[in-house]
Design a protein around this ligand. Structure first.
Ligand code: NAD
Ligand code: TYD
Length: 342
């Protein structure tokens, strides 16, 4: 599919990956139109899109993906949906799971129904590797497109529910869908509740970094712009009805090692690590086998973790206003609830 001249509905475009994707599209395609539908929950931030807010190709609509009337109206003008909007933080899903079900499952169904009604050209659903559950610490084992869904947290269960509805809309109604299941993203504009931005901003504030359990859990880290390129490739060359797993360039780096690398970049010692109570149901390991996307689409993640962490640390150093505003607001009560009073 040729992307220029199309009108995109980006849901959740004021969040971390959605805003990076909007910047990416507007940078690359001169004739594109982008509608960003976002509820602006605690995680949505229009500061992420300050530099494009007056771009004639871009329009922001504040609204909820669960609002069927609004969604139906917006969908009239849309060619392609890229659906990012979701409640995304595992720890919050353990505290209060309800919004995860209504936004991630019900909200996705509302979008699918409107997309079908208006016969859009493509519905691309952004999902996560967390729907596949957890792997042992064996580098030979990885998730791929055939791995069964075995979600363990309310977050991943709600994303799995959404993935299944997307599949059902393809199989039952022939809606032209594609899905990507992606590993942990990191980079600019990530809300500082997730491990990497939490670690960097805590260190910039002179605080310790809370590491769950013994820090042995492993994630598959993906630079956010590599993810954006992967989505673009799926839109251009992906087959309708197919799922693509998009992972990062390396594997088997545990959380303690990730934090130690950040400490090294920031010139801090290991005194700044604090081992804290483990997350309930904490998945041990995620790892993605991207072979299908590599072979069929030419997908290749380019930014290795060391380089990506350097860039991310630099971004948070240069954008203190962005995260200090977040951390001085409601975030404080979340932080105390999650980590205890400090
Ligand atoms: P985020 O939490 O930074 O942003 C989510 C955005 O969705 C926010 O702008 C929020 O305001 C918006 N939103 C939430 N509920 C809404 C609703 N009911 N109606 C409209 N907008 C709503 O999330 P992110 O990290 O950018 O993740 C984006 C997508 O990518 C999600 O679907 C997530 O499951 C998926 N994903 C994320 C990662 C990751 O590492 N961050 C990895 C794989 C997949
Ligand atoms: P997170 O960024 O929340 O992403 P996810 O749970 O979706 O993978 O967490 C990444 C890893 O870091 C995960 O194994 C949990 C761990 N973690 C900590 O050790 N301390 C923290 O304060 C946070 C937020 C996460």
């Amino acid at each position: 599919m040729e992307l220029n001249n199309l009108t995109f509905l980006i849901t959740g475009g004021a969040g971390f990956i959605g805003s990076n994707f909007i910047h990416y599209l507007l940078r690359k395609y001169s004739q594109i139109k982008v509608i960003n539908l976002d509820k602006l929950t605690y995680a949505g931030n229009l500061e992420n899109l300050k530099s494009v807010k007056d771009d004639p190709r871009y329009r922001f609509v504040k609204g909820d993906i669960r609002d069927a009337k609004l969604v139906d109206k917006i969908m009239e003008k849309v060619d392609v949906v890229v659906h990012f909007a979701a409640e995304t933080h595992v720890d919050r899903s353990i505290m209060e799971p309800a919004a995860f079900v209504t936004t991630n499952v019900v909200g996705t169904q509302v979008l699918l129904a409107a997309a079908l009604r208006h016969k859009i050209k493509r519905f691309h659903h952004i999902s996560t590797d967390e729907v596949f559950g957890s792997l042992p610490l064996n580098p030979k084992l990885r998730f791929n497109e055939k791995t069964p869904l075995r979600p363990n947290s309310p977050y991943s269960a709600s994303k799995a529910g959404a993935d299944l509805l997307v599949r059902a809309y393809f199989k039952t109604y022939g809606l032209p869908v594609t899905v990507t299941n992606t590993s942990n993203n990191y980079g600019p504009y990530q809300f500082p509740e997730k491990l990497i931005p939490l670690a960097i901003t805590n260190l910039l504030e002179g605080k310790k970094v809370p590491v769950y359990g013994r820090g042995i859990n492993v994630r598959d880290w993906l630079w956010v712009e590599d993810h954006c390129r992967g989505i673009e490739l799926v839109l251009q060359k992906g087959k309708v009805g197919e799922t693509y797993c998009l992972g990062g360039p390396e594997d088997m780096i545990n959380n303690l090692e990730v934090v130690k690398r950040i400490l090294r970049i920031m010139g801090k010692d290991e005194e700044s690590i604090e081992l804290v109570k483990d997350r309930p149901g904490h998945d041990l390991r995620y790892a993605i086998d991207s072979t299908k996307a590599e072979k069929e689409l030419g997908y290749q993640p380019e930014v290795h973790l060391d380089e990506g962490l350097e860039r991310t640390v630099e971004w948070y150093k240069e954008n203190r206003d962005w995260w200090q505003k977040i951390k001085s607001g409601k975030y404080k009560s979340y932080y105390e609830r999650q980590y205890g009073k400090k």
